[in-house]
Design a binder for this molecule. Structure first.
Ligand code: SF4
Length: 295
């Protein structure tokens, strides 16, 4: 069990975010996990980030499985959270339980409705389709999007050191699009050029479907994302090797000034690769545990 002292405190997270929004003009901050609401003082963290947001305009969002929010959506909205995305890989209660170990699909679906009722809009549902696991639910997800108007984003299955990756399960976005196009007409619907997603609407329906292709058609050349792990490591890329990680927590706890930390980040950025390694190399990686790195 990782001692709690290994994790960044709220104050340390606020300081790091303030360096990125002040010195590097970052305009989006996303809290992810594992599960961000598993963090004890997450509501206080969102409150404090909102104070910073009033000074430096940035969008504050979370990606969650929706199970630990306990109806706090109005509160979160009131505290300044801008957006919520949900991770949901099955609409079948039995399969959901198989994938997550929890018989709580209905709680997630209710949480999505509660989030909308609390005023969160443009909610996206992130779904990883894996062959022979949930690829028979594509129609159900399209039907769900048609009934609710919520955007389903099919994200390609990626190897992480703790997800038991089996490349047999991989389906590329192109394969998925071809499969879907046999039954539905996909109409391009890209509104946000910065987005890594290819957005479509389904003809004669309310369904909004997107495809995110980090493996088959990576968008690394456009990548402007950096991740800070819960233990305060700066990851230049989801798949960056240990040696390029920056120990931000140690700098904070050794009284480095904001300027000195910013200089270290700039030096580290030259190490950011133009593209992630190929799938064979990715599968060999040992340090990209999705729970600590975050999607
Ligand atoms: S560089 Fe890394 S983080 Fe950025 S898009 Fe590529 S794989 Fe993702």
């Amino acid at each position: 069990m990782v001692p709690y002292s290994n994790f960044l405190t709220n104050r340390e997270i606020i300081r790091l975010v303030s360096i990125f929004v002040k010195k590097f003009e970052f305009n989006k901050v996303r809290l992810t996990g594992g599960e961000p609401f598993a963090r004890k003082n997450i509501i206080e963290l969102i409150e404090e980030l909102t104070i910073l947001k009033n000074e430096y305009q940035f969008e504050l969002s979370v990606t969650t499985n929706g199970l630990l929010i306990n109806g706090n959506f109005k509160n979160l909205k009131g505290h300044g959270l801008d957006r919520i995305n949900f991770s949901l890989d099955s609409l079948n209660p039995k399969r959901y339980e198989l994938i997550t170990g929890k018989n709580q699909l209905h709680n997630v679906l209710d949480a999505i409705v509660d989030a909308e009722n609390a005023g969160f809009s443009n909610i996206k549902i992130n779904t990883v389709i894996i062959k022979n696991v949930n690829d028979d639910e594509i129609d159900d997800f399209i039907d769900y999007s048609n009934k609710t108007g919520r955007n389903i984003r099919f994200i390609e299955y990626m190897p992480f050191s703790n997800n038991g990756y089996d490349k047999v399960g991989f389906i590329s976005s192109q394969e998925l699009m071809t499969k879907i196009s046999q039954y539905y007409e996909l109409i391009p619907n890209n509104k946000n050029e910065e987005s890594v997603a290819m957005d479509y609407r389904i003809k004669d329906s309310k369904a909004l479907i997107s495809f995110i292709s980090p493996i088959s058609d990576h968008f690394c050349g456009l990548c402007n994302r950096l991740r800070i792990t819960a233990e305060g490591k700066l990851k230049l890329c989801l798949f960056s090797p240990n040696k390029t990680e920056l120990e931000l927590k140690d700098m904070l706890r050794n009284d480095y000034s904001d300027e000195r930390i910013a200089e270290s980040i700039i030096k580290a950025l030259v190490e950011k690769d133009y593209a992630h390694p190929n799938i064979e190399e990715l599968i060999k990686l040992k340090n990209n545990n999705i729970i600590s790195v975050g999607g």
